[in-house]
Design a protein around this ligand. Structure first.
Ligand code: AMP
Length: 501
């Protein structure tokens, strides 16, 4: 059993031929052999500064070679990786640093500004590492300077590998502990799917942020575990991404619905996606119309997966199954799922209930936050996901909505996704977000924010009329605001807490 064994997550990532390209960024590439050597050198620099097993290392780098080296160096040394979003607003980074109290920080070129601001406010950790001359001149330790390499250390399977901040769409982000055993089990579960994951033969597009579990474990770690070539970088929009997919012959790609939808607004063509064998959407619900349009225009059969930060990645997947459109498929091998009512009893087929998940990929809890951990984990190891789902007679699961996003209007439940779907069924609507606005006596009413397509001529009254024809009266928004932008997280989830929910 993984629980009691002594391992290192890196053991399951070291399978590729050493001369095979591990990472490709623009015109440069790094082979698996070079990656292993350089990670051992970086590990040497970290250890030489006195960092020891269990210390926290925050990483501010985009989807870059530096990020991957930081990850491999930290995890291999038994240090705990804390990847942060270099584009996050300063107060969010300050709060995140305070929550995890890192012993050191690794700063990539894209994190330089954020790091300077953190240092200016006196909240940066005492030791910082970097690779650029400018940052090293400003006091960071050069990770590329010569020196001894450090070996990969063995740790217990329940040793933390990373602290990953949840998306925090409803409340502030919380750092979930993911252990070596959690991440390795999640990767093993994906690899156990009856799909072609032949070693040394795939090319993955790593376009989603690597500081999020979807990028870190489902793409990066999984990709390394099958000896894939990972194409990284900050792509300038969907046209450039599509051109890269074609030029590099990408075989597996994954991303949130916002990424998939962006291709529909681009000049991409079906031949750009000819090499793609597996296309996965996750992080939030994929609009059925978007999935259909992607199939028609590009021949892409985008399948959904569902999971959380706290589950180290995906728990269910429709890839390689006959799951109907809109379903997130079936649970992965090794995952236990239940769908329960408020009393904790299993719901009947077709009824909605909260998803509970158990298995070796489930996080032991949040760092330094026993209360938050107890709210989501019970004594038997079940994680309360806070998601409402329905299972059909074939075992295929569909996510209905997030329990905490439910809006209660005069005692009636309103699912924001239903209101959003009604608004988005209008041809002139690009994106809609519905939230509950608190009123007197704990009452809530539905408020919707809508982004219109370019050149649309709709107004609020017409949108209201559109809703009245599609929704029961209590579900019709009390107010609709046409806006230029709706706040989203780095993986495109609507930040409801910023919409006054
Ligand atoms: P986080 O771990 O903070 O990134 O967010 C996890 C949450 O994303 C889950 O609890 C779900 O609410 C949502 N989610 C992930 N995948 C899907 C999906 N395929 N469909 C709908 N919601 C999803």
């Amino acid at each position: 059993m993984l629980k009691s064994s002594v391992v290192n997550l890196l053991d399951s990532l070291n399978v590729a031929d050493s001369d095979r390209d591990a990472l490709v960024v623009g015109d440069s590439s790094v082979s698996y052999g070079d990656l292993t050597t350089r990670a051992a050198q970086w590990r040497g620099r970290l250890v030489a500064q006195g960092l020891t097993v269990g210390d926290h290392v925050a990483v501010l780098a985009g989807n870059s070679i530096d990020f991957v080296l930081a990850h491999l160096a930290c995890v291999g040394a038994g240090l705990v990786l804390v990847p942060l979003n270099p584009q996050a607003p300063q107060p969010e980074l300050v709060a995140e640093l305070a929550a995890v109290d890192p012993n050191a920080m690794i700063v990539g070129p894209v994190g330089a500004d954020a790091y300077a601001a953190l240092r200016g406010s006196g909240v940066a950790p005492p030791i910082a590492f970097a690779t650029t001359d400018a940052l090293c001149a400003a006091g960071c330790i050069d990770l590329n300077s010569p020196g001894p390499e450090a070996e990969v250390v063995s740790v217990e399977a329940d040793h933390p590998a990373a602290l990953l901040f949840t998306s925090g769409t409803a409340g502030p982000p919380k750092p979930a502990i993911l252990t070596h055993g959690n991440m390795a089990s999640s990767i093993a579960a994906i690899r156990a799917l009856p799909l072609d994951f032949e070693t040394n033969s795939h090319t993955l597009l790593a376009i989603i942020p690597l500081f999020h579990v979807f990028g870190l474990n489902v793409i990066l770690n999984f990709g390394l575990s099958i000896g894939a070539t990972l194409v990284l970088g900050d792509f300038e929009g969907p046209d450039q991404a599509a051109a890269t997919i074609r030029a590099r012959g990408v075989t597996i790609m994954a991303g949130p619905p916002a990424l998939w939808a962006s291709f529909l607004g681009s000049n991409a063509e079906a031949r750009d996606f000819e090499s793609v064998q597996l296309a996965l959407s996750g992080a939030s619900k994929l609009d059925g119309r978007v999935a259909e349009a992607l199939r028609e225009r590009f021949g892409l059969d985008v399948r959904e997966g569902y999971g959380l930060t706290e589950s180290s990645g995906i728990l269910t997947s429709a890839m390689g199954t006959s799951a109907p459109r809109g379903s997130v498929g079936q649970m992965l091998p090794g995952v236990e799922l239940r769908i329960v009512d408020q009393a904790g009893s299993d719901v009947l087929v077709g009824d909605s209930g909260e998803v509970l998940a158990r298995g070796p990929m489930i996080s032991p809890g949040y760092w330094n936050d026993v209360d938050a951990t107890e709210r989501v984990r019970d004594d038997e190891g079940w994680l309360r996901t806070g998601d409402l789902a329905i299972v059909d007679e074939n075992g295929f699961i569909s996510i209905v909505d997030r329990l905490k996003d439910l809006i209660i209007v005069s005692g009636f439940n309103v699912h924001p996704v239903e209101v959003e779907a009604a608004l988005q069924s209008h041809d002139e609507v690009l994106l809609a977000a519905a939230v509950g606005e608190p009123g007197d006596a704990g009452e809530e009413s539905v408020v919707a924010y809508v982004i219109l397509r370019p050149h649309a001529s709709l107004d609020e009254a017409a949108l209201m009329e559109h809703c009245r024809g599609r929704l029961a009266r209590y579900k019709v928004p009390r107010r609709i605001a046409i806006v230029d932008a709706i706040p989203t997280t780095a993986v495109g989830k609507i930040r409801r807490r910023d919409l006054g929910a």
